[in-house]
Design a protein around this ligand. Structure first.
Ligand code: 5GP
Ligand code: ZN
Length: 149
């Protein structure tokens, strides 16, 4: 079998080891919601709320920091379509689109995926708590980010 090696920051893994690649190939079962030439969506096994869906490009990439522009552009319309379908399908009041990129940001499966999370009024979920900038920090941070563009 030809195993494609992918080089990541300081480590190698085979695409064959990737759980989500295995789900796309049907080697591991999942409750499929949608599939087309480039994308695949299924229910998260541990939903934040019922209907919590994972959408992924079939082509393996580690996360949004490494995905190709071409693959990203192909999945964007599907993300919109599925968001509408999930919201209507479970009669949600809103939808969170969530992407974890790298372990410190909560990424556990290193194949790019979008969480489509149905939200309900008073479901009590608080995604994060905002902080305040220190004096002068805001401009400095903005300049540093803009210098990378
Ligand atoms: P991450 O933390 O990488 O952004 O999210 C990974 C998600 O994949 C988690 O929400 C987790 O519940 C889900 N997950 C992990 N393993 C499986 C699996 O085997 N099947 C399904 N359907 N979801 C999974
Ligand atoms: Zn993969």
């Amino acid at each position: 079998m030809l195993w494609r090696k992918v080089l990541y920051t300081g480590s190698t893994m085979t695409v064959s080891d990737c759980l989500f690649c295995k789900i796309v190939k049907g080697e591991i079962p999942a409750r499929k919601i949608y599939e087309d030439e480039h994308s695949f969506a299924f229910l998260d096994i541990n939903p934040v709320n019922p209907g919590h869906t994972l959408l992924l490009p079939k082509e393996h990439s580690r996360n949004i920091l490494e995905i190709s522009d071409e693959t990203f552009s192909k999945i964007a319309p599907v993300l919109k379509k599925l968001s509408v379908a999930v919201k209507k399908g479970v009669r949600a009041d809103g939808i969170n689109i969530h992407i974890n990129n790298e372990a410190p940001a909560g990424q556990a499966i290193f194949h790019t995926h979008f969480h489509i999370i149905p939200r309900f009024s008073n479901d009590g979920i608080r995604m994060w708590h905002g902080k305040s900038y220190k004096e002068g920090e805001e401009g400095h941070v903005a300049e540093n980010i803009m210098a990378q563009l």
